[in-house]
Design a protein around this ligand. Structure first.
Ligand SMILES: [Zn+2]
Ligand SMILES: [Zn+2]
Length: 270
């Protein structure tokens, strides 16, 4: 099995050296992992959320040297999780072009000045209106996909938290994003971080995943681990989703080229 969403201590909110994540993945029987720490923010740099720009070369070197060190034991991919900020596409493209990434997760962590995935952002959930927030989130997500800057949508509906859920059907939004993903050849991530963030299951919502599967959108898997102990966490929930939706292949990447691999081959190893 694979885990394509691993962070580390390059960003201020992650803990643990990257090597500790590799060891944890080996212990759990993973055959392929990818690091996807946060790309430096191209607007309002914030070392809590994302590594400072001067750290990016060291992050890349660290992952590449781990790849060599563990060659033959586990496949290690160089990924990155990049924020989408409308109007800053060129800066993002330029930053991504400077390094030999295997894949780029595209993510939305902000709605306006609300950093909803941060510890501080949690408090604001009580005062926000889901009827306004979800359509806005999906509008942003659709734009993000259309930029063509990213390979995979990370935690596709991370705005869901506890009781903060869509109040009206998002079927139209799900279908639109699914079609855009299919058109771009992008993948969607099943992110088990949703389980420990109180969403009642991995991201995305089953209805959203169903829309993607109907459009033939490929699927990757990730735990969104921010500590070594979270590598592969709650994967039983991901396996259930894969089985329920009859998903037989998982998307892996090499130098930003997607390759589909049978899941069955990997399940017995993880
Ligand atoms: Zn993070
Ligand atoms: Zn994220």
């Amino acid at each position: 099995m694979i885990d394509y969403h691993l962070h580390g201590n390059f960003s201020g909110h992650g803990t643990g050296e990257l090597v500790e994540y590799v060891e944890a993945a080996l212990e759990k029987g993973f055959v392929e992992i990818g690091f996807s720490d946060h790309l430096p923010k191209v607007v309002d740099p914030d070392p809590y959320h994302a590594m400072p720009a001067e750290q990016l070369p060291r992050y890349v070197e660290t992952v590449l040297s781990l790849r060599e060190r563990y060659r033959g034991r586990i496949v290690i991919k160089l990924g990155i999780e990049a924020d989408y900020f409308a109007g800053h596409e060129d800066a993002t493209r330029e930053l991504l072009a400077g390094f030999p990434f295997d894949y780029v997760l595209g993510a939305i962590h902000f709605l306006g000045d609300w950093h909803f995935t941060s510890k501080q952002g949690l408090a604001r959930y009580a005062g926000e209106d889901p009827a306004a927030a979800f359509p806005l989130y999906f509008e942003q997500l659709a734009r993000m996909v259309e930029t063509g800057l990213f390979d995979v949508v990370a935690h596709p509906d991370a705005l869901r938290r506890g009781a903060f859920r869509p109040v009206a059907s998002l079927e139209r939004e799900y279908r639109l994003v699914a079609r855009l993903l299919a058109g771009r050849g992008m993948a969607i991530e099943i992110n088990t971080g949703g389980v420990r963030r109180g969403c009642g299951g991995p991201y995305p919502d089953r209805e959203f995943l169903a829309a993607c599967v109907a459009e033939g959108v490929p699927v990757t898997l990730g735990s969104d681990a921010h500590s070594p102990g979270d590598v592969g966490r709650d994967y039983d929930a991901a396996y259930r989703l894969l089985a329920d939706f009859g998903i037989a292949e998982v998307a892996v990447y090499e130098r930003r080229r997607l390759v589909s691999r049978p899941i069955a081959l990997r399940l017995d190893r993880a």
